[in-house]
Design a protein around this ligand. Structure first.
Ligand code: ZN
Length: 84
């Protein structure tokens, strides 16, 4: 979960892992740790039509979660950054 400043600037203030409750490192409103952020727009064909769900997972919780998958995560290198 994320909290933003309520001073009108809406800057990132706090990021907490939804699973373990750990506070991730935020410095000067910038998140300085890896995070798995998920936003799900539940639609008509779901049981939660119209609901938007958001979660943030720290890297440790992400790793534990994906290790339980029957089909492994698809991985690729971010090659676009190298050419710039
Ligand atoms: Zn966590």
């Amino acid at each position: 979960m994320r909290k933003y400043t309520k001073d009108g600037k809406n800057q990132l203030e706090l990021v907490i892992c939804n699973q373990c409750g750990k506070k991730l490192l935020v410095e000067d409103h910038i998140l300085k740790e890896g995070v798995c952020s998920i936003r799900v727009d539940w639609g008509y064909f779901s049981e939660k039509d119209g609901e938007i769900h958001r979660i943030d997972l720290c890297e440790t919780c992400y790793d534990e979660w994906v290790q339980r998958f029957q089909v492994p995560v698809e991985r690729e290198e971010e090659t676009e950054l190298l050419g710039v």
